[in-house]
Structures are given as C-alpha cells and as structure tokens.
Design a protein around this ligand. Sequence first.
Ligand SMILES: CC(C)(COP(=O)(O)OP(=O)(O)OC[C@H]1O[C@@H](n2cnc3c(N)ncnc32)[C@H](O)[C@@H]1OP(=O)(O)O)[C@@H](O)C(=O)NCCC(=O)NCCS
Length: 187
Amino acid sequence: MKISTENKGQTASPPLRMRPLRSNDLPQMLALQADVYPPALLESAEVLSSKIDMVPAGWTSLAAVDGEILCAYAIGYPWRSDRQLCWNRPLARQHNCDVLYLHDVAVSPSYARQGIAGQLVSQLMQQGRQFGLANAILIAVAGAHGYWSRLGFMPDESRRTDPAFGARAMLMRCSLVPVPARLSGTS
Ligand SMILES: CC(C)(COP(=O)(O)OP(=O)(O)OC[C@H]1O[C@@H](n2cnc3c(N)ncnc32)[C@H](O)[C@@H]1OP(=O)(O)O)[C@@H](O)C(=O)NCCC(=O)NCCS
C-alpha cells in the first residue's frame, strides 16, 4: 500500500497518510506499543514524549494515520555514535550528531504486512541524509533482526547493547550514502 505524505493542498486524501508524530499522539502510541511489544520493552509516556520533542529544529518522527487512528509510528533522531544507546530514558537534546538512530518502529497488527514500516523507515532515512548523517543504526529487539536485514541493515558487533533491550537485542547498521548505480550493478 502506498501512503501519502501530508499535503494541505489536496482535497480528497487517501485513507492512509504519513505525517509528523505529535505529542498528542501519545495515548494511541502507548496503546500501540503495548499491542506489539512484550511488557519488558515498554517505554513510559514521559520517555516517548521526550523522543518526539528533544530533536533538532526541522526534524520529525513519523506517524501513519487512517483518519484519526494511529496505525503506525516510527521514532528516529540524530544521535552521536560514541554514546551508549539507552532504553526507557528521557532524551536530552543532542549535539554533534553523526548517525540516525532508528529507535522504535511499531505497526498495529491490523495494518501489518502492507509495507507501512518500510515506507516510514525510508522517509526517516531520507531525512537523515538531508541532515548530513552518513549511517543509520538501530537495536533490533524481540527477534526483529530478520526484518531489518531485509531493509539492508547488517549486524554491528563493535559494541555491546544495554542489557535492558533484552538478551536477543542486536545492534545493526546501514549506510545512508546511496551506492552509485555503477557500483550497485544496476544501469
Ligand atoms: C516489524 C514491523 C515494524 C513490520 O511492520 P510492517 O508494516 O508489517 O512491515 P512491512 O509491511 O514493511 O514488511 C512486512 C514483512 O516483514 C516481515 N516481518 C515482520 N516482522 C518480522 C520480524 N520480526 N522478523 C522478520 N520478518 C518480519 C513480515 O513477515 C513481512 O514479510 P512478507 O513481506 O514476506 O510478508 C511490525 O511487524 C511490528 O510493529 N512489529 C512489532 C514491533 C517491532 O518488533 N518493531 C521493530 C523493533 S526493532
């Protein structure tokens, strides 16, 4: 399914659209988070709120909405690669960032397998490129590394992950620099 980005000039909008994530999405985010993650991986409203707000000017995380229903969200923000990634801690404003940290992507089971997560991630990665970030990193939890491999992420064993992410957590990395067509084998 193709979802549209917010466009105030459109008169007839398609049912699903992508727009910036807002603080007033929090009640639906908490419900969606509880639907798709085990209890040990849930983050508080305060923490999620900080991750929406404590970002550089012009940066947004993303929501996919079906009318008033939050179908999916993707939280990502610029980060410093020399800093430890922490779970369930409020985000403070970061400086001298060099990577995009994809922190949390969640799709409601009713809207799964329609390519929504892929489109939200692709949009966040595009934003990361526009901010001059060369790589994206994430911690795959709850066995999701197979999903991220399909999007081009590779395991990064250079450092340990915070045990709070769970025993199966895996740090993964993907370049944001497009591979020139002549190197990728396409013409
Ligand atoms: C993982 C998730 C974000 C994918 O959302 P989605 O919109 O359904 O994803 P897409 O439609 O882009 O891709 C769906 C494909 O990914 C696969 N997939 C979904 N979760 C997967 C997982 N944990 N491991 C491997 N593959 C997975 C689906 O089987 C589907 O495969 P298909 O195309 O062969 O049918 C969603 O399932 C989710 O919210 N999961 C729970 C939260 C989570 O684990 N988030 C990631 C944390 S690091």
